[in-house]
Design a protein around this ligand. Structure first.
Ligand SMILES: N[C@@H](CCC(=O)N[C@@H](CS)C(=O)NCC(=O)O)C(=O)O
Length: 234
């Protein structure tokens, strides 16, 4: 059976790692039989990150690597989409996975209130020097991509622009590309969930919660692709 190696979940999220939730959604869509294994030694993994899919002795790293693996086995994550829609979906996924993701990471690791929350929840069992070391590495990455060089007010403006655009793009459709769930929803829903609940900076959470259509949409994706979600408060 396929095993998805994941970061643990909590506060109603399948995993605190958005890409772990994305991979779980893709697995649900694929119809494969799979199980979850929370995995703590992720530094030993091919990219030093999770998710990783284990198939016998093979390790498939990266949510997009997992998507390709499942497609090679026959999964179709964009059923009924035109070539143009598939191209739009690809671009949307890249923005979700790389740009909207940066807002989540900033809200959790850079903003002081988010960091304090992480320390008392997800990282509660981690020795302080290790937690600080992980944070320093995260902040270095955020500085390099530049998001933390904006002021918080500027970041919130940019986040609002992006969430408003996503809400407009969704319109009255149940899912991003119409009536059926597709690959783009597997990326979008976990990001919206992570932005709109702890552990994250409360101002970012409030900003995300000001888009009720997006919150309802993330719940629709969750209902379409059911996953077990630990309730442990973050
Ligand atoms: N491009 C990767 C990103 C995966 C990723 O960033 N995973 C994070 C958690 S959401 C991680 O494991 N980070 C651990 C680290 O960077 O040390 C994917 O799509 O799977």
């Amino acid at each position: 059976m396929l095993t998805l190696l994941t970061h643990p979940g909590g506060n109603g999220m399948f995993s605190y790692g958005m890409f772990c939730s994305k991979a779980a959604y893709l697995l649900q869509m694929s119809g494969e039989t799979w199980q979850r294994e929370d995995f703590f030694n992720f530094a030993s993994m091919p990219h030093g990150k999770l998710p990783v899919l284990r198939d016998g002795d093979a390790l498939i790293a990266d949510s997009e690597g997992i998507r390709r693996f499942l497609e090679d086995r026959g999964a179709d994550f964009d059923p009924g989409l035109s070539t143009e829609q598939k191209a739009d979906s690809r671009l949307l996924i890249r923005w979700l996975d790389e740009a909207l993701w940066a807002h989540v990471v900033t809200a959790r690791w850079y903003e002081e209130a988010g960091w304090q929350h992480l320390c008392t929840s997800v990282l509660a069992m981690a020795p302080k020097p290790i937690a600080d070391q992980i944070r320093a590495r995260m902040l270095q990455g955020l500085d390099f991509i530049g998001i933390t060089r904006f002021s918080k007010a500027e970041r919130l403006v940019r986040l609002n622009q992006d969430l408003a655009a996503l809400q407009t793009r969704l319109g009255d459709h149940p899912f991003l590309f119409g009536a059926e769930v597709t690959a783009a929803d597997c990326s979008a829903a976990p990001m919206i969930e992570a932005l709109s609940r702890a552990p994250a900076d409360p101002e970012v959470v409030a900003a995300a919660r000001a888009y009720p259509a997006l919150l309802a949409y993330a719940e629709r994706v969750a209902a379409a692709l059911p996953l077990e979600r630990p309730a442990v408060a973050a």
